[in-house]
Ligand binder design. Structure first.
Ligand code: HEC
Ligand code: HEC
Length: 355
């Protein structure tokens, strides 16, 4: 199957490379993640300009627009001033910076943080409730269907369960961040776009071709919540090291990135109801900033309480990873299965989640 995917990649590479929006090459030396032998090249995914016309194309374009204009399109569901693309840069196509290429092909999957098998709709709702500090979208809403349709488009040509080169975000060497060193680095490198108080600001135009866009909040009431992946210092440091400053990515050292992350994460940010139920298996990564089973939060930030319906800020817990399923009766042997069950395990190869 992988050989087919690679052949497909090679066939498409000639056309796809030219049209996909240019990706900055960053000279960065970080230990590579354990590259999977079955990794597919993201260039198998056709560019947005190849979306079909008709109703499917309209759904895909609406999904794309929701990722690009999230707070404006879903004002009741977004509490921050971030959009999906604030973190999933270049429309979710930039390798090594949380790309969304191939994500759809890997769901449903087992997520350690939830301790259960989650669907792609749940995964989108985790980002809405945690990273956008919002409320969950009903899975059967048109908006969710459009987002998922677009995510499926970003998995075109990626075999189910396959991994895409540049998936996730590379791990930096584990360093200790110092907020006091981060403070002057922030003023020198970040405040001109994100604002001196980290509240977010319009990015000044650098030329008539560059549309003004928002550099979103980094802390405060409109920032990502404590339950977001980026609220973990190792993730945030890697994001900063690879992607920021936006116009000069790759110019900071690993230590600078950790110091900046420590400075940003020392400020108040919105709370996430129900967060202590994360990692029910007791295996929270060391840098999770809040207490979960068997884990004391690492440098917890001051929290800003969120007003409103807290239940809507949580994704309902899915079925546990292992559950009893009634055995399908063999044909013609009705009645033989009463009370008889077997246990279905989450497939081993679904346990790759980096969540
Ligand atoms: C504050 C940053 C941030 C924002 C904003 C954000 N995300 Fe995410 N997203 C993440 C991080 C971090 C991950 C975890 C990536 C990983 O585990 O490799 C993630 C993971 C995902 C995944 C799963 C990817 C995979 O390979 O399993 C999907 C799908 C996703 N986000 C969709 C969205 C959508 C849709 C939105 C907007 C509604 C959004 N995200 C907004 C940070 C963000
Ligand atoms: C030239 C302007 C600019 C500079 C300088 C800049 N950023 Fe950004 N940053 C952006 C923009 C724009 C986005 C959102 C990208 C998008 O929406 O496509 C962003 C997104 C982010 C995000 C993810 C979204 C969020 O708000 O949480 C983080 C974290 C971040 N920047 C941190 C930093 C840090 C730390 C620095 C300093 C080292 C920095 N940025 C410098 C423009 C900038």
């Amino acid at each position: 199957m992988i050989a087919v995917a690679i052949a497909f990649a090679a066939a498409l590479a000639g056309t796809a490379c030219k049209i996909i929006s240019p990706v900055r090459t960053v000279d960065i030396h970080v230990p590579s993640r354990d590259a999977d032998a079955d990794t597919v090249d993201g260039s198998v995914v056709p560019p947005d300009s190849s979306m079909p016309s008709g109703p499917l194309g309209a759904a895909l374009r609406r999904g794309r627009a929701l990722l690009e204009h999230t707070p404006e399109s879903l004002p009741r569901y977004v509490g921050s001033n971030l959009r999906c693309e604030s973190c999933h840069l270049d429309g979710g196509r930039r390798p090594d910076v949380l790309p969304l290429l191939g994500a759809f092909a890997r769901y449903p999957r087992f997520a350690e943080r939830t301790g259960a098998v989650v669907t792609i709709e749940d995964r989108v709702n985790y980002c809405l409730t945690r990273s956008l500090t919002g409320r969950r979208l009903p899975p059967s809403s048109r908006e969710m269907e459009d987002i998922v349709s677009y995510l499926a488009y970003l998995s075109t040509g990626v075999p189910a369960g396959a991994h895409v080169r540049g998936e996730g975000i590379p791990r930096l060497p584990r360093l200790t961040g110092d907020p006091d060193r981060g403070s002057p680095l922030f003023v020198a490198n970040c405040a001109r776009c994100h604002g001196a108080a980290g509240q977010g600001a319009q990015v000044p135009r650098t030329g008539s071709a560059t549309p003004p866009r928002l550099a979103p909040a980094l802390w405060g009431a409109r920032s990502f919540s404590i339950g977001a992946g980026l609220a973990r210092i190792e993730r945030l440091a890697a994001f900063i090291r690879l992607a920021m400053p936006y116009d000069r990515p790759g110019t900071l050292s690993d230590q600078d990135a950790f110091d900046l992350a420590a400075y940003i994460l020392a400020h108040p940010r919105p709370d996430l109801p129900g967060k202590s139920r994360d990692w029910p298996g007791g295996n929270a990564p060391a840098d999770v900033p809040y207490a979960t089973r068997g884990h004391a939060g690492l440098s917890p930030p001051p929290l800003i309480r969120r007003a409103g319906d807290t239940a809507a800020m949580m994704v309902p817990a899915p079925e546990p990873a292992e559950r009893a399923v009634p055995r399908t009766p063999p044909y013609g042997s009705r009645g033989r299965t009463s009370g008889s069950v077997h246990v279905r395990r989450a497939a081993g190869d679904m346990r790759r989640s980096r969540v």
